[in-house]
Ligand binder design. Structure first.
Ligand code: SF4
Length: 448
């Protein structure tokens, strides 16, 4: 008997001790659990990071961070204390050793990118784009993307309580960076919401609404509740999903009594009308699954939400090994009652090459994680193919491994190609990172 490729061992969730950071040495448990305290103490720049980390981080880190922010960053820095506290969790080290551990940390690698993380030769793929999924092209009213036949995405707000370095909506979400001047939503929120509701009333073929952003945790609760209740009045809407990374990045938000009570009211109405109300969150590494996150997920379930599901992003250096994915899924499913639902391949936005994996790597990972979790909790790894939508990684119609180009087909029309007769026969390309190709493939791209 040689054992399993992956051995499951149940592990208790642990909240890392925030007092290890000199700047939080005197922060009380009551302060830590307070959503307003968390929001007021978010780390937004290197100076604030220095105040929290004290002498723990050396100049080597700050220089690397400054270089990234000047040259590569597509998202500005916004770290709730809860998120920063999930990085370098074991470090009680010298500044040099702490800096080393911090640089190697999987959560840091996507929430606080530095220049040395990026691909030194080709930080961006030649086909990368700001709005790589063309969501704004598919807006039927401002902020409402109608990409699939029966589903829409409603972008309520263009901000989040936390910013992720790899954000696929980097075109719109967050503050501008030296590299990216962000687009802005122009309508007043109330007018945008009215137009969304009007569209859904006159489009009965849409049965599923993802209420997103940004992050719905940044929509004032009365406004969010009113919008969801209006959705629930539309008889043809049968699924409503609230998208919020904050459930894991700022669980204190979802534990506030006024939010839990509001969620209870909305869930009661959804249940009376037979609508599936769920929360979708975004967790990428097991370190992020803490007791507070589990408590927030259970509070939502206790309020009557049908399910809390995770849509993670597959990223090299963060979670792109079978062990990382399985450890995360076991913690989500077994300890936090969060269903491991999807892992998306990181999208083809600028400066993301170091995070992206090739389709064949994603296929190998999907194979490696099968059979360990209950079938319904085994996540699908999907590729969001531009102009197509989510496809399971084993679905390409053709795959040129030498050049790293996979070709995909679709079985429905998006909002912008409803009049195009050739759509269902067309093949849509997706590109592997050039660094994953062999010599001849890399040469082909150099010469192209
Ligand atoms: S929470 Fe979602 S929308 Fe907000 S920055 Fe992260 S990936 Fe982007």
């Amino acid at each position: 008997m040689t054992g399993q490729p992956h051995e499951y061992v149940r592990r208790e969730l642990v909240e890392p001790d925030w007092r290890r950071f000199p700047g939080w040495a005197h922060v009380t448990e009551a302060q830590w659990r307070d959503a307003q305290w968390q929001r007021a103490h978010c780390v937004k720049n290197a100076k604030q990071l220095g105040l929290v980390a004290g002498g723990l981080l050396t100049d080597r880190f700050y220089d690397d961070l400054a270089a990234d922010q000047e040259t590569f960053a597509t998202m500005s820095m916004l770290l709730p204390p809860h998120v920063l506290n999930t990085m370098a969790v074991d470090a009680r080290l010298t500044p040099e050793a702490f800096t080393e551990a911090f640089l190697a940390d999987p959560v840091r690698r996507y929430m606080l990118p530095v220049a040395s993380d990026r691909d030194p030769l080709r930080p961006s793929h030649p086909h990368s784009q700001r709005d790589s999924l063309h969501e704004a092209e598919m807006w039927v009213v401002e902020g409402l993307t109608h990409r699939y036949p029966t589903k829409v995405l409603a972008e309520m707000v263009s901000t989040c309580p936390q910013y992720c370095g790899h954000c696929t909506r980097m075109d719109l979400v967050g503050n501008s960076t030296p590299l990216i001047d962000k687009h802005k939503l122009s309508l007043r929120p109330v007018d945008r919401q009215d137009q969304m509701i009007d569209y859904l009333k006159k489009t009965p073929g849409v049965r599923d609404v993802v209420v997103s952003g940004g992050d719905v945790a940044n929509v004032p609760w009365p406004q969010l509740e009113s919008f969801v209740l209006r959705l629930l009045e539309i008889e043809t809407v049968r699924d409503v999903r609230l998208a919020t990374k904050a459930l894991a990045a700022l669980p204190q938000h979802w534990l506030q009594p006024r939010v839990v009570e509001g969620l209870e009211r909305v869930a009661r109405t959804a249940s009376q009308r037979g609508v599936n109300l769920a929360i979708h969150t975004h967790v990428n590494h097991v370190q992020s699954v803490t007791p507070l996150v589990a408590e927030a997920a259970r509070a939502a379930l206790g309020a009557g939400v049908r399910d809390v599901r995770n849509q993670g992003v597959l990223m090299r250096g963060v979670n792109a090994t079978a062990a990382d994915l399985l450890d995360l899924c076991f913690a989500l499913q077994g300890e936090a009652n969060i269903l491991p639902y999807y892992f998306y391949m990181c999208d083809m936005i600028p400066n993301a090459e170091h995070w992206r994996v090739a389709v064949w790597e994603a296929q190998e990972l999907q194979h490696a994680i099968m059979g360990y979790l209950p079938g319904y909790a085994t996540p699908r790894i999907v590729c969001d193919v531009p102009y197509v939508g989510k496809r399971w990684v084993h679905q390409p119609a053709e795959y040129d491994r030498e050049l790293g180009i996979s070709y995909w087909t679709k079985n429905y029309r998006t909002g912008i190609d409803s009049e195009d007769p050739g759509v269902l026969d067309r093949r849509y390309p997706y590109y592997d990172p050039i660094s994953t190709l062999g010599e001849s493939g890399q040469k082909w791209w150099e010469d192209t």
